[in-house]
Write a protein that binds this ligand. Sequence first.
Ligand SMILES: Nc1ncnc2c1ncn2[C@@H]1O[C@H](COP(=O)(O)OP(=O)(O)OP(=O)(O)O)[C@@H](O)[C@H]1O
Ligand SMILES: [Mg+2]
Length: 337
Amino acid sequence: MSYVVVSNLTKSFDKTPVFANINFTIEKGEFITLLGPSGCGKSTLLRCIAGLNSVDDGRIMVEGQEITDLPPQKRGIGMVFQAYALFPNMTARENIAFGLKIKGEDKDTIARKVKEVIEIVELQGREDHLIDELSGGQRQRVALARALVTRPRILFLDEPLSALDAKIRKRLRYLIRQIQKEMGLTTIFVTHDQEEAMVMSDRIFLMNKGAIVQSGTPDEVYTHPQSEFAAGFMGNYNIIDEAASREYFGLSGTVKSAVRPEAIFINHPAAGVDCVDKTMEGVITFKQLLGNVMRYAVKTGDQDISVDVLNSHAEQYAEGQQVKLYFSADEINELRA
Ligand SMILES: Nc1ncnc2c1ncn2[C@@H]1O[C@H](COP(=O)(O)OP(=O)(O)OP(=O)(O)O)[C@@H](O)[C@H]1O
Ligand SMILES: [Mg+2]
């Protein structure tokens, strides 16, 4: 049996449903990211599993034990939120020690455990400062340490990095992932940042409007989106309409398809790429240097197609130039509605 098993979880506020019949399993030590737009139900799903919100229906099992009706503190779940929820009138060390004191652990044990996690989250030298005297990144380290010190079975992180600037965010991403791997800690991380989900996760659960619409490794979800929503959320996908998908890609019926801009080639396919006659004629309407790639907009019949070419020794094309586009056959994703 999987380490975490969630079955048919259903939740509404008053009569407004947030999600219905959510099902998933998580293995021990996995790092899972709930990725989706604002309001899709990510935080509510975490809060329900943690016992901070009640559920209307469904079951939550951890290590074979049902926890659906246990109080939050009996579930063995550690949580870190976007807003720090730390005690401002206490030092970092006192904040971290708080949960252990409540549990009635003895002084020496608390001191040892707290010292250990302060080292893990790299807060040495700041531990005796008040929360107000710490930077945003340091406060999130305190919040993380406070969750880790109780040795939770599962760690929940709800947008812990959202309020931080880009550089600190990247540093903490790395630190969190490193700690999680070293401790083998089963983790559910919430974000609406696609890149963050890609770099951190073992698997991504992509959510939209209260449903997990696709799940898989970052590579699977990014390279093979199954819906227009997933294609739109995961990257700069080109959505090819039904008629063009039939005519150019030989797809049957009425399905749209999605192709990544970097999986299309101008005038000649990359070596080793199978394009088996999947081509379109078009004209370059404009080009844009994005730094590492040159992005071309190509008009082909009714379709406007984006093509990204790596900006290194690449042949350049001019606006107004007639071109032929080659589509890699296994990069054409049929979409469900
Ligand atoms: N306590 C509450 N009472 C009523 N409705 C709520 C409550 N908490 C959340 N909701 C509603 O449930 C839906 C899901 O909210 P939730 O906070 O889970 O979304 P989210 O995916 O975490 O969004 P964000 O990325 O903005 O944090 C929203 O429509 C929200 O308004
Ligand atoms: Mg949220």
